[in-house]
Design a protein around this ligand. Structure first.
Ligand SMILES: *Cc1c(COP(=O)(O)O)cnc(C)c1O
Length: 369
């Protein structure tokens, strides 16, 4: 009988995620499945909370992985905090800011947006002006906008929000594990991430963290959280306390994988990991320059882990990407929305961010173009 899995080859994943997964993470996921209330498994859960708190630089007690991909993390943050009519401000400069607007609107929030040109960062002064005009329950922004390769000024926005009473909600799907996130010092109240970007774990979990103030906001809702699966008031009883209560079966082996992925980052050393991302980003952008390929984003706000490059004149967008995949087993990403057909997105996320990968891609690009 045919088994279609036999056709899987190893692809160097240099797109916007998933990224290359370290063998030890795949091995961790292949360990024996424990019961979700087994004391050994609960000790693994507790260890993971500590790993995430260390890497996010937070004391937030509610720091857990949600079952589901990064978007489930986004949904968890909004669905637990929003009640109908709540004023929410979303800062948008790419696809994932737009997704936040969609999620918050579906929940009946009173959503305002400030939009910024794709490929450029959020302008802090415009946020400041808006905050002087209206008060919000939540202000939300994407830290690393994967659709464009732009880093948004999260610490500066956090400083603005300090005395406004608004909760600061940040998408860290692409930044977590690839650049510093100083959650408490930056005044972030709510954050979500995903596993398949810079944490280099297969997709399937969404680390989240809620400050005490954000937890208070969830607890003081007038109405029940409208989504049963993502209701943190119930999920907490599985992740916290002396006796753990079943809510939904934890994705046990996925959690082993995330534990190991976080272990690798901590073992290499947080600062070393961020430096490795930056060094490989510079190696790539220098090499591309030699090939006559330019970056989309200004150096002042370029993401190290997601490089948006302008497709050179005369090059066939889809043709180049499929030749890279077919002939070189390298995957890169296409542009989205207004940038479709104009850019490629080259990911140097987590385990992918290695000089040998950069060099292989550069020489493959040279051949293909
Ligand atoms: C990938 C991504 C998401 C969505 O995560 P999924 O795992 O695809 O659900 C959200 N925000 C950003 C910034 C991302 O890069």
């Amino acid at each position: 009988m045919e088994n279609v899995l036999n056709g899987i080859e190893e692809i160097t994943l240099m797109g916007p995620g998933p990224s290359c997964v370290h063998r030890s993470v795949l091995d961790a996921m292949a360990k024996s499945t424990l019961g979700h209330l087994d004391p050994k498994f609960i000790s693994i859960m507790d260890a993971m909370k500590d790993q995430m708190k260390t890497l996010l630089h937070t004391d937030n007690k509610l720091t857990i992985p949600v079952s589901g991909t990064g978007s489930a993390g986004m949904e968890t943050c909004f669905v637990n905090l929003i009640e109908k009519g709540d004023p929410v401000l979303i800062l948008i400069n790419g696809v994932f800011g737009m997704r936040m607007e969609d999620v918050a609107t579906r929940l009946g929030a009173d959503v305002d947006t400030l939009e910024f040109e794709w490929g450029t960062p959020v302008i802090v002064d415009r946020v400041k002006t808006r905050l002087a005009e209206k008060s919000y329950k939540i202000v939300a922004v994407v830290h690393a906008e994967t659709s464009t390769g732009v880093m948004n000024p999260v610490p500066e926005i956090g400083a603005l929000l300090k005395d406004t009473g608004a909760l600061f909600l940040v998408d860290a799907v692409t930044s977590f594990g690839g650049m510093k996130i100083d959650l408490d010092a930056w005044g972030i109240d709510v954050i979500y991430s995903g596993t398949q970007k810079c944490l280099s774990c297969p997709p399937g979990l969404a680390p989240i963290s809620f400050s005490d103030r954000a937890v208070e906001a969830v607890k003081s809702r007038k109405t029940k959280v409208p989504n049963w699966y993502l209701d943190l008031t119930m999920i907490i009883n599985y992740w916290e306390g002396a006796t753990r209560a079943y809510h939904h079966t934890a994705p046990i082996n996925m959690l082993y994988g995330l534990y190991q992925a976080l272990y690798l980052v901590l073992e290499e050393g947080e600062e070393n990991v961020y430096r490795r991302h930056m060094e490989n980003h510079l190696r790539l952008s220098d090499g591309l320059k030699d090939l006559g390929i330019n970056m989309l984003v200004d150096p002042s706000c370029r993401l190290p882990m997601l490089n948006s490059v302008r497709i050179p004149e005369g090059a066939d967008d889809a043709g180049v990407r499929s030749a890279l995949l077919k002939d070189h087993r390298i995957e890169i990403g296409a542009g989205l929305g207004p940038l479709a057909g104009k850019i490629w997105r080259i990911g140097l996320m987590g385990h992918t961010a290695r000089p040998e990968n950069v060099d292989r891609l550069l020489s493959a690009l040279k051949t293909v173009i």
